[in-house]
Design a protein around this ligand. Sequence first.
Ligand code: HAM
Length: 426
Amino acid sequence: MLMTAPRGTRDILSPEVEKWQYLEEKIRKHCRRYAFSEIRTPIIEHTELFQRSVGETTDIVQKEMYTFQDRAGRWLTLRPEATASTARAYLENNLFAQPQPVKLYYIGPMFRYDRPQAGRYRQFYQFGVEVIGTQDPAVDTEVILLAVHLFADLGLRDLEVHLNSIGCPQCRGAYRQELRDYLAGHLEELCPDCRARYEQNPLRVLDCKQERCRQVARKAPEFSSYLCEECREHFQLVQGYLRSMDVKYQLNPNLVRGLDYYTKTVFEIVSRELGAQAAICGGGRYDGLVEECGGQPTPGIGFALGMERLLLALDNAGIKLPGREPLDAFLATIGSEAQAPALKLLYQLRQHNLRVDKDYLGRSLKAQLKYADKKEARFVVILGEGELKRNVVLIRKMATGEQEEVPWEQAVEKILAEMGGVADGK
Ligand code: HAM
């Protein structure tokens, strides 16, 4: 039986992988400018970390985690997200003792037992940033700006920034009660999931995607009128800074996010072109998370962006990213005598940063030229018995078919000159 990748996972191959590399480079460039440094946390964490931080009643913890016991009986989970891991790493590595805030970013695979569909996988990749150690509302704005600038740099327009504040544990208590009272009169209209949410986590009813629940949610009391003084002021400042940076945003009172650690600012960046999986990027403040993970009360904020969804949005917007990289030169050899000199020549060309290859299957010259053509080689260097005897190589320019014989020791120079003097050092 042919083995296949598990459902909801996939291989990323050329020419798609070059697009990923391109995106990753762009991301690293923006993170550098915003003075973030990278963090690489383990793929597996103790299950308890997510239960405590993401929340026992969330879909992620209840339905979507890949959890197993290792051979020593420890409960481990493939990370469904990386904010909790970052908070754990912040404490475990004493990052609180460094100058604050600590600004970290990550790019890597996450795992959720979700129902696979376009833009939704069981293994998917996130780029995320986390700023831990400040409650300055300017940081909320900066984090949103980083995402907005990255999207603009990639040429993505037509994105909407949805913004809301879900307050702090103090003001949320009063609001939750008010919301529950309102929902009590509409229980019959809610889907079964939301009826359960009404008990455990009524805020989540506000972002249910079922049409009937949405109708109920539209008329629900709004959190904004329940925010305490501090949360209200924080939210006003964030919005003021966003306006001063000309970032367009929409207040969305139904935006509550699906993870329990959020406080105050929450946001999502959505692309209308993506249909059901519209959220490319989601994040917010989590001022209680570090404490929940066993540390001192320490504020934090961040977002994560789904790489597959970003690629889908770019594709839908008709934005072309670089694909497979062509060969600079291909070495066609004839006969066993040519092999050792060919390896030497390849080495020399590579020393000049050129992307070069040769035949390893003993193909005929014709087949080698065909192969070189498929690999979009700009030059083919032919090294046959005749050339070897005369200490020369034949350089063929693939675009025109022109061929020129040059002395062996001038081959590298000749190719470099033809390519415009220098290899572009890709
Ligand atoms: P999240 O909203 O669960 O937030 O995920 C962030 C992004 O990951 C989503 O907007 C989406 O683009 C992508 N994503 C989520 N699930 C899938 C999936 N099954 N397949 C493909 N893409 C997916 C978080 O994970 C938070 N940790 C974000 C955060 C960081 N908040 C503060 N800091």
